[in-house]
Design a protein around this ligand. Structure first.
Ligand SMILES: Nc1ncnc2c1ncn2[C@@H]1O[C@H](COP(=O)(O)OP(=O)(O)OP(=O)(O)O)[C@@H](O)[C@H]1O
Ligand SMILES: [Mg+2]
Length: 182
């Protein structure tokens, strides 16, 4: 059985986690891997309908996601996780649980995230209608030593996905792509 691994995308709301997760999913599928995506809202709805957005609840949720990811990874699945996971210790917990763990900091300046605001969350938080948005009222602890940092302000989705694929190749989680020269 092929070795499973997790690509754990962490970053501010609207930084581009879901966008990159879906593009990466497609690229990994094209290489013949079994892929699962555990992304943000969808996972929260299914795994943690009982939880809110206090730091304590966010931690419990991140631990649940880490647990499911662990089960999949040990069965050879390539798991792409998109989760704000704002605190360093949440990500360290996931890393220790999962083992084959590639932390990707999806980096984007807060001002740009506020401009993008695809879900209108920043708008609501800045008006005070939401009081616990990461980046506005709640903390985001930037990764200190991620395996990959992707800059979604400067670089394209494709460049960033290729950067992650390259790291997965270097770590020998996926074989290098054989170019079709025919
Ligand atoms: N280079 C880029 N990489 C990724 N996203 C980009 C890039 N340039 C612009 N965008 C846009 O930024 C937005 C990012 O939204 P996305 O839903 O992926 O963020 P998110 O990190 O998943 O947010 P949330 O934490 O709220 O789920 C999208 O509208 C996307 O099209
Ligand atoms: Mg998302």
């Amino acid at each position: 059985m092929r070795n499973g691994f997790a690509v754990w995308l962490t970053g501010l709301p609207a930084s581009g986690k879901t966008t990159i997760a879906l593009a990466l999913e497609k690229a990994l599928r094209e290489r013949g891997l079994n892929v699962e995506v555990l992304d943000g809202d969808e996972v929260r709805k299914n795994l943690s309908p009982d939880l809110g957005f206090t730091i304590e609840d966010r931690e419990i949720h991140a631990k649940r996601v880490a647990y499911v990811t662990k089960l999949l990874v040990r069965n050879g699945v390539a798991v792409v996780v998109g989760l704000i996971s704002p605190m360093r210790n949440f990500r360290e917990y996931a890393r220790n649980q999962i083992g084959n763990f590639v932390e990707v900091w999806v980096k984007c300046p807060l001002e740009e995230c506020i401009k993008r605001d695809p879900k209108g969350l920043y708008k609501k938080a800045l008006k005070g209608e939401i009081t616990d948005l990461t980046g506005i009222q709640d903390p985001y602890e930037e990764p200190l030593n991620p395996e990959v940092t992707v800059d979604t302000y400067r670089d394209s989705i494709e460049e960033n996905v290729n950067k992650i694929l390259k790291k997965l190749e270097d770590l020998e989680y996926i074989p290098p792509k054989i170019e079709d020269t025919s």
